[in-house]
Design a protein around this ligand. Structure first.
Ligand SMILES: [Zn+2]
Length: 438
């Protein structure tokens, strides 16, 4: 599907940790997710514990503006939600320049743009504006700062929400195989690449997996949309039963700007998911970089202490417009979104369909007697690899690792191993969970 028009629909909403327009965004996502996903919005009660955190309050801004004392308006929340610090508490005060200045935020690097600043936890009110506007403000005279905001804790007012849908493989869910988690965050107000780009890329992946399902016995793929970091903490802390079922995750963000795809490895570093990702990246023409360091994100929750689901991140970081008004649909390219969807699709298909074959037979298998011999005139490479593949049915290596070892295409090897399985010579062991015992 076309992704940029969808991104443009979500872009103008005042999306934040929890708000009416965040709900609207979650609803739009639900309306465009494939129906097979059974997408639902789940709500949580503000103030409740979420491991060592608390479920955030819902944020309402009735109006907010900064004016000179004589009524000249400098910035207005109605023009752009980035003009206030996200989660600013209310204020209505007449202030001198000296009193106002500590509450003003601008970007040195992009003096024409308004930065996005948030103070979710160490709360303080503030206004954000271009440095050019800041520089031109008179230092004499007084300013009127008005933010009429509210923090709602009553769950009847909407609470804190995330959206979730699951696409199952052909033949329905396989409890042994478990699930893969695809995560993208919706919470940055008026930011296009960070991370509506990741959201629409994930939606595209959901459509591709619905139209062309993973083979029977594969992992199900769970799609998660909500507020970055705290949303994942709230969701997983309320669904601890999911953790052992999750075999891997991809955190997708910043996929729409011009730039190469980059990926960040799992906390395990050399997990099967890292090997799959490295192989997918190596097979593509564009250069992918692997980071040693990256700011902590949802993959650090998913792959974090006591959870430990191997999780990579896929993005086109860095980009100059990051966390400013310049991160808008102008920098988003349909081709970049689609290419990112291609990459995550390939990783997902490989990782979610992979399993560990374990033999049930003894002695050399009578191949031709069981229709398992491969004619060298039809597939010379596979014919040469038969013995090597059969020697690796010890319940230790996954199909992907066997394919890597013998230097053949994953899907060719998988098709071949499936023939053994369907004859009862191999049983399918799932990719193990990395979840710690609790
Ligand atoms: Zn961000």
């Amino acid at each position: 599907m076309q992704l940029k028009p969808l991104l443009e629909r979500l872009y103008p909403l005042h999306r934040t940790l929890a708000s009416d327009e965040m709900d609207e965004a979650l609803q739009i996502v639900g309306a465009v997710m494939p129906s097979q996903a059974g997408y639902t919005v789940e709500r949580f009660t503000p103030g409740e514990m979420a491991w060592t955190w608390r479920v955030p309050e819902r944020y309402v801004v009735h109006e907010a503006y900064l004016e000179t004392e004589d009524g000249r308006r400098i910035v207005d929340f109605a023009d752009n939600p980035l003009h206030i610090v996200s989660y600013s508490p209310p204020v209505d005060a007449l202030l001198t320049w000296e009193e106002l200045e500590p509450h003003l935020y601008y970007s040195e690097e992009r003096p024409w743009a308004t930065p996005w600043i948030f103070k979710y936890y160490q709360r303080d009110w503030g206004f954000c504006l271009p440095k050019e506007v800041f520089d031109a403000l008179p230092r004499k005279g007084r300013y009127r700062a008005v933010i009429r905001s509210e923090f709602l804790t009553d769950p009847a007012r909407g609470g804190f929400a995330v959206g979730v849908g699951v696409i199952h493989p052909e033949g329905g869910p396989d409890p042994q195989a478990g699930e893969m988690l695809i995560s993208a965050h919706l919470c940055h107000p008026m930011q296009a690449n960070d991370d509506l780009a990741g959201v629409v890329t994930a939606i595209e992946l959901a459509h591709r997996l619905a139209e062309n399902p993973l083979p029977p016995g594969s992992m199900s793929v769970r799609f998660w949309f909500g507020p970055e970091t705290i949303g994942t903490i709230v969701y997983l802390s309320h669904h601890e039963e999911l953790i052992p079922r999750l075999k891997g995750g991809i955190f997708i963000e910043m996929t729409g700007n011009e730039g190469v795809i980059a990926w960040h490895h799992t906390r395990q570093h050399d997990h099967l998911l890292d090997q799959v990702t490295a192989a997918v990246m190596a097979s593509r023409e564009h250069v992918a970089r692997k980071f040693a360091d990256f700011p902590p994100n949802d993959e650090r929750v998913i792959n974090g202490p006591g959870v430990n689901v191997p999780c990579i991140s896929i993005n086109r970081w860095p980009y100059d417009e990051y966390h400013t008004t310049d991160d808008n649909p102008m920098i988003i390219q349909e081709a970049m979104l689609q290419e990112a969807a291609d990459v995550v699709e390939e990783i997902t298909r490989l990782y979610a369909s992979n399993y560990i074959p374990r033999r049930t037979f003894r002695g050399p298998l009578f191949l031709s007697g069981n229709g398992l011999w491969v004619d060298w005139r039809e597939n010379w490479a596979l014919n040469r690899a038969i013995e090597k593949i059969m020697m690796r049915f010890e319940g230790e290596q996954s199909v992907f690792e066997i394919a890597q070892d013998v230097g053949l295409d994953y899907w060719m090897v998988r098709d071949y191993v499936e023939k053994f399985r369907l004859k009862g010579f191999v049983e399918r062991l799932p990719i193990p969970s990395e979840a710690p015992a609790w």
